[in-house]
Design a protein around this ligand. Sequence first.
Ligand SMILES: Cc1cc2nc3c(=O)[nH]c(=O)nc-3n(C[C@H](O)[C@H](O)[C@H](O)COP(=O)(O)O)c2cc1C
Length: 300
Amino acid sequence: MVFLEVEIGGLRYSNPSMLASGILGVSEGLLRRVLEAGAGAVVTKSVTLKPRAGNPTPCFVELEVGYVNSLGIPNPGYREFLQEIKDLHEKEKIIISLAGSSVEDFEVMARAVEESGFPVVELNFSCPHAKNLGLEILKRHQILFEAIKVIKETTRLKVWVKLGLSDNLLEIARGIEKAGADAIVAINTIRCLLIDIYARKPCLSSIYGGLSGKAIHPIATRCVYDLYKVVDIPIIGVGGIESWREAVEFILAGATAFQIGSGIAKEGLDIFKKVIDGLARYLKDNGFSSVYDIVGLAHK
Ligand SMILES: Cc1cc2nc3c(=O)[nH]c(=O)nc-3n(C[C@H](O)[C@H](O)[C@H](O)COP(=O)(O)O)c2cc1C
């Protein structure tokens, strides 16, 4: 018998697999389908204070090693989105991803999330291709730390913070933990550029995009491994999971849970069941009885 249950910020999840933000998490029906497919939790598409149309096409390219997108966080705004998903049961399994430009943006949206009965927010400070959001905001760390403090002081929400690849990742992570965050999610897509050699110009309308999928898994694993050395709050690994093996790698590197995004495009929603079953088998075959037996084991 192996136990797959994990606890993050005092909330329990039946297994450590989660849907990553921006992939399918745009409607009540899709979120429900991912939970039915076996995910322990689902993260919604990031929403913003005001509706956003996103970037014009072309904004998505498939590569052999993953995907490049520059969607630019298209969403109907937090109010309409919360209305769309208000009837979902099992609200404790639904994590609302918020992207904002100021402490006030996050404060207003977080209050509405709490009023709608959802207990967890994931703050997206890592989108590499949205103007005035994500990575651009992260350059001003103070907004991030203040946003965490304000949400923790004014609501009972659990706060997860999603980070991207940056030179000062570990310094920011320490600040996030000090500010009171309940978990760190790492990583978002990695800023990149594709050039159309015949048009002789960048492929994407917004020039830069974010790389996801298989190619970023070893980089994400490195981030999780390094984060584990500097913070005590749970880490949730994201990037390039296509099978249970990458999920096990994340956990051995120090993650308590993991999220799956691009892998769904290849494997379909069955990926959740395959990864969970594979993880359970790995634990059993190697004489472990719980996910916690192997969290960070690669450091020993
Ligand atoms: C099409 C697409 C849209 C995404 N939208 C969001 C988003 O709205 N918010 C966010 O935090 N991350 C977003 N991401 C990043 C993913 O959540 C994830 O961090 C990244 O894709 C790496 O995981 P993967 O390799 O499993 O896809 C998006 C990724 C893709 C491919």
